[in-house]
Design a binder for this molecule. Structure first.
Ligand SMILES: Nc1ncnc2c1ncn2[C@@H]1O[C@H](COP(=O)(O)OP(=O)(O)OP(=O)(O)O)[C@@H](O)[C@H]1O
Ligand SMILES: [Mg+2]
Length: 316
């Protein structure tokens, strides 16, 4: 057989060979999609996540590029490793709770299914996981994290905290330098996603051109509109087996309106937290009725009072 060998998604080339499992190189987009099952992840992303239209479109574009690269690889037009490996490092900017971590996890799965990373796991870290307090502590810390993330995605939340220009002895710089090296030399085995607020990330890139030049894709996550937050709440309730009782949905609408206007509003994260508090109130309400037989309805319904008891309604 002369067709170039194609790696089975999820298995390393060596594992695939040992298992005698050799798939012929794909020749059509459809074959790449079928072999990698990447479409299932993209469909799930479309279905599970409300809104985020520009983000979803960008992910489809990136996936399309990767799929075409697979076909180019089979024709010897593309390198899969070494100095010519594609750079897949990304930057996700947006306010808290706009879905950055959630989308990064899906991205890791997509990269894995297309064979761009061996394992497809996500390691999420912040400055404290990478930078030590004392001299000599940073390099081993950063290297340990990189070791854990190899074969997957390293997600660095609020990445700009790595850079503290006001303190010239700051160890963050040491972590950045190690990251830069690995992002260049091991980019066929590790994808780094930097996340955080857009304006701070822009400033960070201005002072760290080396980092900026290694980021291939910038995705901006917009704040959710009121209607999207409501749809996100409905989706979350559905997956948790809860529902709004009479008047509760209207109360929640009212709640959202007030909460959005308050400080520290964090988009979908605030919705999740609000629902968790409503579940607590429902539980205390039911708890008070020791002898009543609780029906399925009782156990799944959030009452209007569970919503209206929120502090958001009493704050002036
Ligand atoms: N578009 C969406 N549809 C449904 N659920 C969503 C959506 N976006 C976020 N969520 C949910 O909201 C919560 C917060 O999302 P996530 O942690 O991905 O946000 P983030 O941008 O990483 O926030 P932070 O900056 O606070 O870390 C998660 O529970 C996630 O499942
Ligand atoms: Mg997050």
């Amino acid at each position: 057989m002369n067709a170039p060998l194609y790696r089975i998604p999820g298995a390393t080339a060596a594992e695939a060979e040992a298992a005698g499992a050799v798939t012929p190189a794909p020749q059509t987009i459809g074959e790449v999609l079928a072999q990698s099952q990447v479409e299932a992840v993209m469909d799930e992303l479309d279905r599970d996540l409300i809104g985020l239209v520009p983000v979803k479109q960008r992910i489809r574009d990136i996936a399309a590029l990767l799929v075409v690269d697979k076909l180019r690889l089979a024709h010897g037009l593309q390198a899969s490793s070494g100095a010519n490996a594609p750079s897949l490092h990304m930057c996700f900017t947006g306010n808290p709770g706009t879905g950055k971590t959630t989308v990064a996890m899906r991205m890791a799965q997509i990269l894995h299914r297309l064979g761009y990373v061996r394992k497809g796991h996500l390691v999420a870290v912040t400055r404290d996981d990478l930078v030590g307090q004392y001299i000599g502590h940073t390099a081993p810390k950063t290297k340990e994290v990189l070791k854990k993330a190899m074969g997957g995605v390293l997600f660095i939340d609020e990445a700009y905290y790595l850079y503290r220009p006001d303190n010239e002895r700051d160890y963050g710089q040491e972590a950045i330098e190690i990251l830069l090296q690995v992002m260049e030399n091991q980019r066929d085995d590790l994808v780094v996603i930097l996340a955080g607020y857009k304006n701070r990330m822009d400033t960070f890139f201005q002072s760290n051109p080396g980092m900026s030049s290694r980021i291939a894709h910038h995705l901006d996550f917009p704040d959710y509109a009121h209607g999207e937050l409501r749809a996100i709440a409905d989706r979350m309730l559905l997956t948790m087996n809860y529902r709004f009782g009479p008047g509760a949905r209207e109360a929640f609408d009212d709640y959202l309106q007030r909460r959005i206007a308050q400080p520290h509003f964090a988009n979908a994260r605030s919705v999740r937290n609000a629902l968790d508090r409503m579940r607590l109130r429902q539980a205390s309400r039911l708890f008070a009725e020791r002898d009543r037989v609780l029906s399925r309805d009782d156990l799944t319904t959030l009452a209007e009072s569970d919503v209206r008891a929120s502090r958001v309604f009493t704050a002036t």
